[in-house]
Design a protein. Structure first.
Length: 363
């Protein structure tokens, strides 16, 4: 029994439910699923019109109809979140810190002049959607039900201004692990992910579009991800691909801070830092220079490098390349800290460990 079992979600929204006539579930092999390629039977949809949220419903997963003048297509008002549902051996379903996703999507929305989604509506929509598609939550170890809430401008609009109409949609997808191969990264010194005063701290769709080209170049050169650096000098490390990044140097776990708003404040990131401190590890949230990481790699004090995020949870980096020089990191099985924290997080998410932080919601 986990301590967080009494942390449940109350139904507060008037959500209409239209169930699918036939499920796609019998055609899914949960032992052989690809990340983000298969989708569950239902989705949640709500409209923002005339200054209020309306038409809240759960309906069969299906394409949506948009005007060619849809404002999001032309002016990029689109934000999203990523979260997961897990199932234990007894068939119970758990969510990991969903209230943080509710808060963060509103921070993203505010930056892009989009309406706030009431947190109780967000939480209730997630709860009811996962309940409707509960059989889609994989019981296979290492798999989960990925939940994608997103908000975009739906108004027919040609004119640069915030839209007046929006859609909020949530759909889900059974997934396995995000990374199956070794993660080799390159420190990027030409292209930038974000700049001070920009939208780097928001989960804006445009952030990911801008990163695709340099990431493609990196992949063509044999790198799984890029380590993004600051846009001014390429002197400070910010993120790794679509993840936060952490360095275990000497006796400290070091990660870029979020004060300049160029780095996403990840839910997994914050959880890892909390768990590291509880394990007695010194945690430093500060600006991290490329030079100190490379020096640590050279002198042998760089014990571990890993990314953190919803999709991967913890993605251990196998090597770092900087200006053409590759630095191999210790074997994955020797990395005590990231392995231990990764296991604690998995045990929490599946209800196998005591939830002393009230991070877990039981569906």
């Amino acid at each position: 029994m986990i301590k967080g079992e009494d942390k449940t979600m109350d139904i507060v929204s008037n959500i209409k439910i239209e169930r699918s006539n036939g499920s796609k579930l019998p055609f899914v092999d949960f032992n052989n699923i690809k990340f983000g390629k298969q989708f569950s039977d239902h989705m949640f949809v709500a409209d923002y019109k005339d200054g209020e949220w309306q038409n809240l419903k759960i309906m069969p997963y299906a394409p949506i109809t948009l005007s060619p003048a849809c404002a999001a297509i032309h002016y990029g008002q689109s934000v999203f979140e990523g979260m997961k549902a897990y199932k234990n051996e007894d068939g119970e379903i758990f969510l990991f810190r969903p209230e943080e996703n509710a808060k963060r999507i509103n921070k993203s929305a505010a930056r892009l002049c989009m309406p706030e989604i009431p947190e109780d509506m967000f939480m209730d929509a997630v709860k009811q959607l996962v309940e409707v598609d509960a059989d889609w939550v994989p019981a296979v170890e290492g798999c989960s039900l990925y939940i994608r809430p997103f908000l975009f401008a739906s108004e027919e609009l040609l004119g640069v201004r915030p839209a007046d109409e929006y859609k909020f949609i949530i759909f889900t997808s059974p997934v396995n692990g995000y990374y199956s191969d070794e993660v080799h990264v390159k420190i990027e010194t030409e292209y930038s992910r974000a700049c001070e005063g920009g939208v780097g701290y928001a989960k804006a769709a445009g952030n990911y579009a801008a990163a695709l080209y340099p990431a493609k170049l990196g992949q063509e050169a044999g790198f799984k991800q890029l380590v993004w650096t600051d846009a001014k000098e390429h002197k400070y490390i910010e993120e790794a691909g679509t993840m936060n990044i952490m360095f275990h140097i000497g006796d400290a776990l070091i990660t870029p801070n979020t004060e300049l708003k160029t780095t996403l404040a990840g839910v997994t990131r914050g959880s890892v830092l909390t768990l590291a401190e509880e394990l007695g590890v010194k945690v430093e949230e500060r600006r991290v220079t490329v030079s100190e990481v490379i020096e640590a790699a050279k002198n042998g004090t760089l014990k571990d490098v890993f990314g953190t995020g919803t999709a991967a949870t913890i993605a251990q980096v196998s090597s770092i390349t900087y200006e053409g020089e590759r630095f191999d990191l210790p074997a994955l099985e020797t990395r005590t800290l990231s392995n231990e924290i990764g296991q604690v997080l998995q045990d929490l998410k599946r209800g196998r460990a005591e939830d002393t932080h009230n991070w877990i919601y039981k569906i």
